[in-house]
Design a protein around this ligand. Sequence first.
Ligand SMILES: [Zn+2]
Length: 200
Amino acid sequence: MLHHPKSIINLIRNLGRLPGIGEKTAERLALHILNNPSAQAQQLALSITHMKESVRLCRKCFGYSDHELCTICGVVSRNTALLCVVEQPADMTSIEKSGGYNGLYFILGGVLAPMDGVGPEHIRIGELMKRVERGEVKEVILATGTHVEGESTSAYLAQVLRGYPVTVSRIASGVPVGGDLKYVDQVTLKKAMEKRHAVE
Ligand SMILES: [Zn+2]
């Protein structure tokens, strides 16, 4: 890399700080940008600064948005009685991509992790309660991850929500579609067995 001019090395270093981008990929991207028209490079630089300046958190779900309300909260056809609680905006995107959900979301901004000093006051539990108190929500779907912190956060939320007139549900977990049982870990198999349902 050191045989490049300083300006190229500078870009390689900056690109290399991005997740999943090693030095080789960073070098390839930098040279690609260099060898393409200046307009493209300018657009790339502009779109990065524009995104940083314009993206804020939706005032309802705390997802990313260019406006006060995001593209999901602002849609009238969504089922406002369903509220799906997720850890991060990327989780909301994943559920949206699945196409199987038409309710609204709430982004907690993390999970409880007492060992790392993350308590209820560090994630948006208070905001979630305020949202539920407004009365429109009839069912809260807990869709935090199925890792230890995700499970304990979900259990904590279920406990707190007990005092509210809402149904609380937890996303199902089990054997992945197309999965071979011998490759599924024991905890997942145990859960799949516990959450078994009658065959229609
Ligand atoms: Zn929103």
